[in-house]
Design a protein around this ligand. Sequence first.
Ligand SMILES: [Fe+2]
Length: 537
Amino acid sequence: MKKNLTLFVLVLLMISSQLMANTRFYRLSYRDDPSTTIVIGWCDNGTSTNARVYYGTTDLGTNAAAYPFSHGIDTTTSYVSLTNHFARITGLTANTKYYFVVKDDQGVSARYSFKTITDDPNSTISFIAGGDSRTLAPFGIGETGTCTGGDCRIIRQSGNTLVSKIRPDFVAFSGDFILTSIITSYWSDWFTDWQLTYGPDADGGLIVPFMTAMGNHEVNADIVNLFDITNSNDYYALSFGGNLFRFYSLNVTADGANVCTDTTQLNWFTNDLNNYTGTSSEPVWKICQYHTPMAPHAETTPNQYMIDCWADLFRPKKVNLCIEGHSHVLKYTWPIVPSSAVGSDNGFIRDDVNGTVYIGEGAWGAPVRPLYTTYNTTAAYNWTRNQASTDGFHLICVTKSKIEIRTVKFDVVTAVGQVGPNDPECTLPANLSIWSPSNGAVVEILNPSLGMTEQQNLVMKVDVFPVPAKDIVTLNVKEKLTGATIEVYSGTGKLVKTEVADIADSYELSVKDLNAGTYFIFIKAAGFSESHKIIVE
Ligand SMILES: [Fe+2]
């Protein structure tokens, strides 16, 4: 009897210890190499002491003492009525799952887990990119909201639940988390909803880390105090998968003017692009995210500040993909570069060899807006691949040979299956609702250095032969091209030859003067552009 009573008291003590854990709102972010470091952030009730993260590669449940490693709090912020603790953990092994609990004087948290990113550039990395999860409508131009009562929190929650089901390696969030931090409960609501992204217990309660960008509804302090990023001005870059891709998270004001006037950010960005272009640390891909769109599809026209001060950098520095937010619509562009030449439209021209693909624009629960073409027909740009006024985020899969982009819609949630820890990277859960517009449900950006620049579903209008060629390359056109510009680029993207001609049926391009190697021909005319790979012997 006495033994049973002792056992009962022990069990009671264990249960009460669990109940006394006052931690919540776990979120993970990066300050350094995502293969070997992580920042674990959480909130408590402001009175706990002696908190430490206990962690290891084996799931030891909530038995904090059993974990082989522990790490204390590196910094604490009191912000928006939340006490936020951050443990900056280093020395981790790449591509490895870690289980953890937080134990303080008031108890032990639930057991969670995270996975470090692979450091092998021959691997596959998946991430979800989206933004604009602020609730309440209407505020923007034409913003009526698609959510009951104008409160879009349920849409945000749908997106968060889909993160849990898709199980990406990380989430890139392009800003406008909430309406305003002046009303502090908005952040508490946001973190409450973020808990829906946590994986099932069978997957160790997996939490997916963040790359965060600031929106116009945030102030700098929001991102620093709530996600512990390294730069108080809210821009930073990290490399993923060794040198598979470099990811830039940038800071743009609502009008985009700071892109030019904030020379500290511009110099940092330019220097970083230089350090990672044509050097031994050059990644296979460069990817950007920022809030205000350079190529918007709701509310306004392309942003000239951003075109002048950033997009001109993207072509020579080979930025392949930019993720934009702010407009609460969905869009894909074709690969484009800044241009005012024949065939350009609103500051850009399609360039399948050197272009940057722009996607977005922040539809993670904020009230969706009408497309700009609804009231401005000249906004039907010839470089827009597809656009739609609906909720969603992008699921991006990166390998050395290509970047594959899909957009997940939030109209199906409960029927969507669950990706498990043993499924390959980029496994799509069953019943996932994928946006399927006219130019294809999957955008592929193919690695030009592997000779694959043509976009999926692209019907070529010019035949280019022979491949390989010795002296002459023949261009046969299906429709007459008046005033066509023919540009030849080396395999490293350097312009080596330009000719201008009217092409009725056929054109002979001399390549006698070119050294043996791989080249790309870019043919442009009014409303037309196309690229082809050639080999000169
Ligand atoms: Fe915004």
